[in-house]
Design a protein around this ligand. Sequence first.
Ligand SMILES: *[C@@H]1O[C@H](CO)[C@@H](O)[C@H](O)[C@H]1NC(C)=O
Ligand SMILES: *[C@@H]1O[C@H](CO)[C@@H](O)[C@H](O)[C@H]1NC(C)=O
Length: 185
Amino acid sequence: MAHFLLPFTLSLLATLSLTYPATAKPASTSPFKLGAEKLSHFQFYWHDIQSGSNPTSISILKSPPNTPAATGFGTVNMIDDPLTEKPENSSQMLGRAQGFYGLASQEEMGLIMVMNFVFMTGRYNGSTLTVLGRNPVARKVREMPVIGGTGLFRFARGYVHASTYSLNMQTRDAVVKYNAYVLHY
Ligand SMILES: *[C@@H]1O[C@H](CO)[C@@H](O)[C@H](O)[C@H]1NC(C)=O
Ligand SMILES: *[C@@H]1O[C@H](CO)[C@@H](O)[C@H](O)[C@H]1NC(C)=O
């Protein structure tokens, strides 16, 4: 079992100042025996693909025609976006971001993001983190809260910093770098 867990652990260790010792045991299965709380830092890339025959982000609600158009206020997308180790879509997939975002601001391109990061490799396979926050996409760095988690991320809290890596203005396909800082046991 240890050898297939290794690549993901190493890739995380390589990018980050992880406080997670490589030998750490999985979290206790009993909620009454918590280990020491630790701060973990993860970095990955989020791919929001609206174009092509296999989009990972689809518009499920459009704002009514008489809505002031500038900020797209009212539009909602459902997402099942790949999370990869590097910005290229061919790099190792670490998991997916599943949820939705809506354009919630009348003043700027301001999203409300509601999503679960579902990790699918390494020791975090099957564990999830939940992000719910405000994402004013034109800003360089957007901070959103991590409000919980499951599996190895039970009792998680923390924040993410999201910064746009690339955006195609025609297709609206976007790659966004996420840095997550998470307290968990
Ligand atoms: C990966 O990115 C390339 C270049 O941007 C693009 O041509 C290709 O369709 C993408 N592949 C997938 C599976 O999204
Ligand atoms: C992740 O867990 C699932 C379900 O237990 C398993 O089917 C899959 O092979 C695992 N993936 C990796 C890369 O370990």
